[in-house]
Write a protein that binds this ligand. Sequence first.
Ligand code: UTP
Length: 302
Amino acid sequence: MNAELTNAASMKKVRKAVFPAAGLGTRFLPVTKAQPKEMLPLVDKPIIQYGVEEALAAGCDQIIIITGRGKSAIEDHFDVSYELERMLEDRGKTELLKIVRHISDMIHLAYVRQKEALGLGHAVLMARELVGDEPFAVLLADDVVDAEVPCLKQMIDVFNETQCSVIATQVVEGPAISSYGVLDVHPADGRFDGRLFEIKNMVEKPKFADAPSKLAITGRYILTPGVFEMLAQTPHGAGGELQLTDGMKLLLQKEKMYAYVYEGKRHDTGDKLGFLKATVEFALKRDDLGGPFREYLKGLKL
Ligand code: UTP
């Protein structure tokens, strides 16, 4: 179905957000040997919590987390911790109690296990039954997007108007583009302040000279349910992995898909340097820490 629907009655809504979190996190070894990278703290909050809060702020009310071996800390984090809550209550630590309760009260979360890390496409396919026949969001937790309007909310606004899949993109200058999936696009008539593009094709990690544009795919997607069938049909590639890009390329042959250049700053916290930069920037923005931390940084003889 390709048509952009205008009939309010047939408008579909994005209610479900899928967080693939079953990857091995090899770029962040050794800390990821026994700890999920999604639980690394940006100041004092695990990175996956930033993503879950973004999805809730964007209006999603069902969160599906794809987990794997060694990821139980994620489930524990969003679960109720009676012992901790009782201890904080007994000691009159009401502010901390509020923070802890806020996490477990947040929402009902569902978990699906990806038994083997067979790629992002395979991880998304694990959510097929829980998502069913409706559009859904995919958020890669280690892409933390600092934005005035939550990145996913911006994308849902685009989806609500187009009723088509929307992929978040950012402009990447120079050879660094080779580390990304890159989009071949044409402008969508200046819609959304010129931030919207219609996708013609996508290429995974092209050579700099072969990159069709500067538009790199980042870790936020809104996909129509048709992508599940496409993923199921896609043969696994190198290392037995099923890539999401391959499934989306098949979907592109059937449906119109859009790229949206979101407003905000993305941090790749799955990478050590990206994580350090994000930590500094988030700490500097904090009311309670920003001042003294800035003073400390100024005192460093760099
Ligand atoms: P990445 O390639 O960034 O994550 O996958 P990774 O494989 O965990 O990390 P490195 O590259 O080895 O350091 C993007 C997202 O897809 C998830 C990851 O958890 C991450 O959120 N993923 C990846 C899965 O859930 N399953 C997989 O089989 C692969």
